[in-house]
Ligand binder design. Structure first.
Ligand code: PRX
Length: 659
């Protein structure tokens, strides 16, 4: 990969240029080598459509949205074809591949088992303790079928939502796939979440079955998942059965009629390795994934089999350019959308070999990840900026001890990557030869929306441009496009196949949150952004009360609700403040109840309380005890004012502030 420079703008660094108000576009492009361009999947597609440039292909894909997505859908297997590619008659409740019958699991497993890929590795897993487990497509098929038969025997059917709360172990993808295979939906709750978060999600989904484990490992310590699940189950009325995976082997309490070990169930005759994959409607629910919004109640984002399958498969194929011999590592947790889309579903649909690691990046030493890449000959690595920044702190000597020459492509996701981290990733990890795919998307979008492909000239810190068939823009509140370098709202102007279909139990909230806001009729993503002179998009940040901590999405309201559930707390407000490694860290302000006094001890106790209720990622970095909070006359806490005060900035217009 070579770097080219525009001499006229030589004095500006790429890091500064896009942030210069009214300034010119960035001066430096990182261009892919001819070899990369020549072999890229997207180049082959571009030529097959008779186009010379990506720009031409993109313009065609937007003008011929349905043809573009149909081309992609035809590469997959359908039990019955669709009658209509897109139904917009009940917008914004769009439907894709209407009338088609399929199952994402048929595409992820069954269709490979009938080919030479049967003995290809589908999944390679390494535990934090160094143990390894591998699954060929054939063994994956058997294991998923056995779990699917167990679930069926318990009466799990289409229409049910199974909650899964597991550490990063193979049983996480196995149980997700088993649910989908029989037409049931899954709701995975991230293993780093805790009691309240888990109980709320089980309740909202109305799950009767929970799948968890005795525990998981993180930095050599056991996270006691079953214990957390026990507390959560005591708060939820619907739950009848809890299936427990034995992973750490430490002692746990098993309640007689409710809790069952998975290995016991798998030893029963019902757990046959043969289970037909249920044909489902393309629009049937595949999963619910809860994500944070502006209110305390998390949103159950609904994704379906057909469109999600086409969208995730297409983006992986063109952006990460997967080839038959690749070894793909998406280092996210399967409990988040990144893991759902790019560890579990799309790599399997593409027939790829996916790698998964259980533990912390720096355990037992800061070179654990680099050693994994060398030992497993990883070819494509996809991770979050926070992980890069965290590992960067330990210095270059750690990655330099390992042969990272197997890598050919890199990726990032979850938050804007600062150009310094981008360059380190590019130079030290990618050996200056691997393009970095900075992918912008959301739980709601299902798959990449703004992203380079391997043939795109790159600018560190920009997710570049919209993906094929994705119509995004940066606009004013009235919907008119912003000028170059002007900040505005990021919107999507046309539907896409992997889009969320609704919010579980709350279609109204789906409409008001994403479609009814100004500008009406477009999907408002909740981010602000700007386009530079080259049309490259720079994400500025969230416009709502969502905080990205280490790339994880948390709602201020969820943290506040955990704080006020402590007996000492009368009121609380949480904001995100910049943090060198985490991107943002939580800073909370608390008004205490009568009879309680602020102290370092109480601060620690409240931090631990949030950790216990929500999970360690939500633990505030700092808590200030205050006598009052800035509020609007209608009583809404003005977090904007708290943030400006904490950063020593001008607090702006506070005319709506309570007197
Ligand atoms: O603010 C954007 C940020 O993450 C939000 C979506 O969070 P979540 O639903 O948890 O999904 C994260 C993984 C897909 C977005 O609204 N975000 C995501 N990717 C990027 C990003 N911000 C800047 N650059 C990115 N590449």
């Amino acid at each position: 990969m070579t770097e080219t420079r525009n001499a006229a703008l030589d004095s500006t660094t790429p890091m500064e240029a896009p942030h210069t108000a009214g300034g010119n576009s960035v001066d430096r492009f990182y261009k892919p080598s001819d070899e990369i361009v020549e072999q890229a999947n997207v180049t082959a597609y571009m030529r097959s459509k008779g186009f010379q440039t990506y720009e031409e292909l993109y313009n065609w894909s937007i003008a011929n949205l349905q043809e573009f997505w149909t081309d992609q859908a035809r590469e997959l297997s359908w039990f019955e074809p669709w009658q209509k590619v897109l139904d917009d008659s009940q917008a914004p409740f769009y439907k894709w591949f209407v009338g088609a019958k399929t199952n994402i699991v048929y595409n992820a497993i069954d269709r490979h088992v009938n080919t030479w890929r049967r003995n290809k590795l589908a999944l390679i897993w390494e535990g934090e303790d160094g143990s390894q487990r591998t699954f060929s497509y054939h063994t994956l098929n058997r294991e998923v079928s056995r779990i699917a038969n167990v679930l069926k025997s318990m009466g799990v059917r289409k229409g049910d939502i199974v909650t899964i709360y597991l550490p990063r172990i193979p049983e996480l993808p196995l149980t997700m796939l088993a649910c989908a295979k029989i037409g049931a939906a899954h709701s995975v709750v991230y293993g780093g979440f805790s009691v309240e978060a888990l109980a709320d999600r089980i309740d909202d989904a109305g799950s009767k079955v929970l799948i968890t484990a005795d525990g998981g490992y993180m930095r050599g310590k056991i996270i006691e998942l079953k214990k957390i699940a026990d507390e959560a189950m005591a708060r939820t009325p619907t739950l009848q059965t809890c299936i427990v995976v034995k992973h750490t082997g430490h002692e746990v309490t098993m309640e007689n009629t409710r809790d069952l070990w998975l290995h016991d169930l798998l030893s029963l005759p019902i757990a046959s390795p043969v289970c037909p994959t249920e044909p489902v409607d393309a629009e049937d629910t595949l999963f619910i994934l809860y994500t944070s919004g502006t209110t305390g109640r998390p949103k159950g984002v609904v994704h379906t089999h057909g469109g999600y399958m086409v969208g995730t498969y297409t983006t992986l194929k063109f952006v990460f350019d997967l080839k038959e011999e690749d070894r793909w590592w998406c280092a996210a947790d399967p409990g988040w959308i990144t893991g759902h889309s790019y560890i579990v579903y799309s790599p399997l649909v593409a027939g790829a070999t996916s790698f998964m690691y259980e533990g912390a990046p720096n355990y037992p030493y800061p070179d654990r990840w680099w050693s994994l890449i060398a030992r497993h000959a990883i070819t494509v690595l996809y991770t979050a900026p926070t992980a890069i920044r965290g590992l960067m702190r330990f210095g270059e000597a750690w990655p330099n001890r390992h042969d990272l020459s197997s890598l050919r492509l890199l990726g990032t996701v979850g938050e804007p990557i600062n150009p310094e981290a981008w360059r380190w990733y590019h130079r030290v990890i990618g050996g200056e030869r691997c393009p970095i795919m900075d992918t912008w998307w959301q739980t709601e979008t299902g798959h990449f929306m703004i992203t380079p492909t391997p043939i795109t000239p790159l600018k560190p810190g920009s997710a570049t441009r919209a993906f094929l068939g994705i119509d995004v823009d940066v606009v004013h509140e009235d919907g008119s496009p912003c000028a170059a370098n002007e900040d505005g709202l990021l919107v999507v102007k046309q539907p896409w196949p992997g889009m969320m279909r609704t919010i579980l139990n709350d279609p109204e909230r789906y409409v008001t949150t994403y479609w009814d806001k100004e500008p009406a009729g477009m999907y408002t993503v909740g981010d602000s952004a700007r386009k530079d002179d080259d049309g490259y998009i720079w994400i500025i940040g969230r416009l709502d009360d969502v905080i990205k901590v280490s790339g994880y999405r948390l709602g201020t309201a969820e943290v506040e609700s955990a704080l006020v559930s402590h007996p000492a707390v009368a009121e609380a407000a949480a904001i995100g403040l910049p943090h060198e490694v985490k991107g943002n860290a939580i800073h909370a302000f608390v008004i205490l109840r009568e009879g309680f006094a602020g102290s370092p001890h109480l601060e620690d106790e409240l931090k631990a309380h949030v950790g216990h209720e929500m999970g360690p990622i939500a633990r505030p970095e700092k808590i200030d005890f205050v006598a009052s909070l800035p509020k609007t006359r209608s009583g809404k806490i003005m977090r904007r004012v708290l943030k400006a005060q904490a950063l020593g900035q001008d607090v702006g217009d506070i005319s709506t502030l309570e007197a």
